[in-house]
Design a protein. Structure first.
Length: 412
């Protein structure tokens, strides 16, 4: 009997102990690397990387040592322009250069200093490209690039807006990166073409959805100085710039001079025939006169040359390429025809100086090549182009019609 009572007492005590214990719980926690990851694997990776043969990439380039280069922005007579801004990892130089130019035009005409949204114009340019892709059943060029006059053409249809209203930088980005966005848009359009699904409304809605995810959706209205604007009313009533006041000046021999022609490059995807084609000597004369008289311009051409150094930020044509005195319409066309001159970059020409009998031009730039110096230096984001480089490699520019009115009179 005592054994039974003792067993009952032990069971009761055990049950009481278990009843007093709390039920265990569990949760998901982020994995935190420990000693193995932080020390052993890092050591393995470091040693493996150090044992790999180092491939040195060399670039054939001119030696500019000893040249008297005006490589300070204060060496130039400059017109007003906003501070430099990077286009990031995006093929949008055409827009950054032209928007910068138009900002300078707003100041020249109204004395207003405004910073405009480049990506707003880029957004609607992609929409227009997608529409053309549908219209041509996939034969038109859909790429990141475009031409300077796409900006003013887009403004006429969609207006513009301040940078503060729409930057296109979301999710904490400091610099644009459109590679993934473009890959998705291009992949979608290829699928549309393959399936022959040419529904424009559906295509445009999808292209917009992709852009909205990557760069955000542009607002339809915004407030400036306490007043509400739409993109169109902002253009008309606030910045008061007329897009029709801007013209494209071109110089290449493959089309007749003194006629409006098509600039036959992929970035002119809508085949604009609004380019005033003039001989090279006239091209250089009006360019120089314009900047000396206070007109800046968006300028475009080739920047992949042995005389174009990122280290000095200066661009010249070396004698081993072609002596300056031999640069003419034929030399220029020869390089365009054999594709050693391409339409690969747009910039903003904002200043002029003369050094040792040669003209030099100050170029505001949005690409990374002009940013390999001190970020706090005044020269950060600028290039210095000697006249021979402009003469041989810069194909055209966008400018206010008043700056070239003597030239325009010669066109029918």
């Amino acid at each position: 009997m005592k054994k039974i009572l003792l067993s009952i007492a032990v069971l009761a005590l055990t049950a009481n102990v278990f009843a007093q214990n709390k039920t265990d719980n569990a949760e998901f926690k982020a994995y935190e690397p420990g000693f193995y990851q932080n020390f052993i694997l890092k050591d393995v990776s470091h040693v493996n990387e150090s044992m790999k043969p180092k491939e040195v990439h060399k670039h054939f380039q001119m030696v500019q040592t000893g040249y008297d280069i005006p490589n300070k922005v204060n060496d130039y007579k400059r017109e007003w322009a906003n501070p430099v801004i990077s286009q990031g990892n995006a093929g949008t130089c055409w827009c950054y250069s032209t928007i910068s130019f138009l900002e300078s035009e707003i100041y020249r005409q109204t004395k207003k200093k405004v910073k405009l949204s480049e990506i707003y114009t880029v957004y609607w340019e992609y929409v227009e490209k997608a529409k053309e892709y549908v219209r041509t059943r996939g034969t038109s060029n859909f790429s990141e690039g475009s031409e300077g006059n796409a900006a003013t053409r887009g403004w006429k249809k969609y207006g513009t807006m301040p940078y503060s209203a729409y930057t296109g930088l979301i999710n904490g980005r400091k610099y644009h990166s459109h590679a993934k966005m473009f890959e998705e848009m291009m992949g979608y359009l290829k699928a549309v073409k393959k399936s022959n699904a040419w529904n424009e409304d559906e295509v445009i809605a999808t292209i917009k959805a992709i852009m909205n995810y990557h760069i955000g959706e542009p607002p339809t209205s915004f407030t400036v100085d306490g007043k509400k604007y739409t993109p169109k009313t902002y253009l008309k009533d606030y910045i008061k710039l007329n897009p029709d006041d801007y013209v494209e000046i071109l110089s290449y021999k493959q089309e007749p001079y003194w006629q409006k022609v098509e600039y036959k490059v992929p970035d002119n995807w809508w085949h604009s025939k609004e380019y005033y084609n003039i001989p090279l000597e006239d091209f250089m004369r009006v360019l120089k006169n314009a900047i000396k008289n206070g007109y800046t311009m968006s300028i475009g051409g080739d920047v992949s040359e042995a005389g174009f150094l990122r280290s000095t930020q200066a661009a010249v044509i070396p004698s081993f390429d072609i002596p300056y005195q031999y640069i003419d319409d034929n030399a220029r066309q020869f390089r365009f025809s054999n594709k050693t001159t391409t339409d690969d970059h747009g910039m903003h020409l904002v200043g002029y100086t003369e050094r040792n009998g040669m003209d030099w031009y100050l170029i505001k730039d949005s690409s990374s090549g002009s940013r390999n110096n001190d970020p706090n230096a005044p020269e950060f984001g600028y290039y210095f182009f000697r006249t021979d480089f402009v003469k041989l490699k810069m194909m055209g520019f966008t400018i206010h019609k008043d700056a070239v009115k003597d030239i325009l009179k010669k066109f029918k």
